[in-house]
Design a protein around this ligand. Structure first.
Ligand code: HEC
Ligand code: HEC
Ligand code: HEC
Length: 112
């Protein structure tokens, strides 16, 4: 009986990380970000998750909560354009090393 219980726990422990990744909330595929006077930015969230893997490449600046960027900006916990700088810096860096990348020019992101 005891050994059955042990096997049961080993199995659970083995599958627990898989279970966690299956239930991880990845959020929506596309997010419309407020871009002030320059016009809003349609951000392909799902595409970035697929190509970058590491969530904290972006979420080190703001939590995985809808509207968190605007909230942090309003509370002065994030500078205006700080997130934008993170977006552009990565795009520039990838371009430099000849990798597939996203827009660098204003109109590539801001729709106005
Ligand atoms: C390239 C940047 C970037 C990466 C990488 C990224 N995110 Fe996000 N994520 C964002 C932005 C921008 C928002 C919108 C925040 C806001 O609304 O203020 C967001 C919002 C979210 C939200 C809340 C919105 C919703 O749809 O519920 C969740 C959940 C989330 N991300 C999960 C993840 C997870 C999990 C990963 C990794 C697998 C990840 N994100 C990787 C940029 C990114
Ligand atoms: C890679 C995408 C991207 C590019 C390229 C880009 N932006 Fe942005 N921009 C954003 C995002 C995302 C935000 C909202 C988050 C923030 O404020 O950091 C933003 C916010 C802004 C804001 C509003 C700040 C506020 O809250 O009032 C202005 C103004 C702006 N950008 C101007 C520019 C100009 C000018 C250029 C070209 C030199 C440019 N952007 C290029 C993504 C981009
Ligand atoms: C750590 C690197 C990194 C960060 C941060 C990042 N991107 Fe990107 N972005 C990429 C890469 C790589 C691609 C190309 C992905 C591909 O083609 O598979 C891309 C592509 C894009 C595209 C083009 C999509 C298309 O249809 O061609 C847009 C728009 C974009 N990013 C916007 C943003 C915005 C807005 C932010 C900030 C909120 C951001 N990115 C942050 C790496 C990044």
């Amino acid at each position: 009986m005891k050994s059955k219980l042990a096997v049961f726990f080993i199995v659970i422990m083995f599958f627990f990380p898989l279970l966690l990744s299956a239930v991880q909330n990845k959020g929506v595929k596309e997010i419309l970000l407020s871009g002030g006077k320059k016009g809003d930015v349609l951000f392909p969230h799902g595409m970035h998750q697929a190509s970058l893997k590491d969530c904290n490449r972006c979420h080190d600046l703001f939590p995985q909560i809808s509207g968190s960027i605007e909230k942090l900006k309003a509370n002065k916990k994030l500078e205006i354009k700080q997130v934008m700088k993170q977006c552009r810096d990565c795009h520039k860096g990838k371009k430099k090393i000849g990798k597939k990348t996203g827009p660098i020019g204003c109109r590539g992101c801001h729709r106005k």
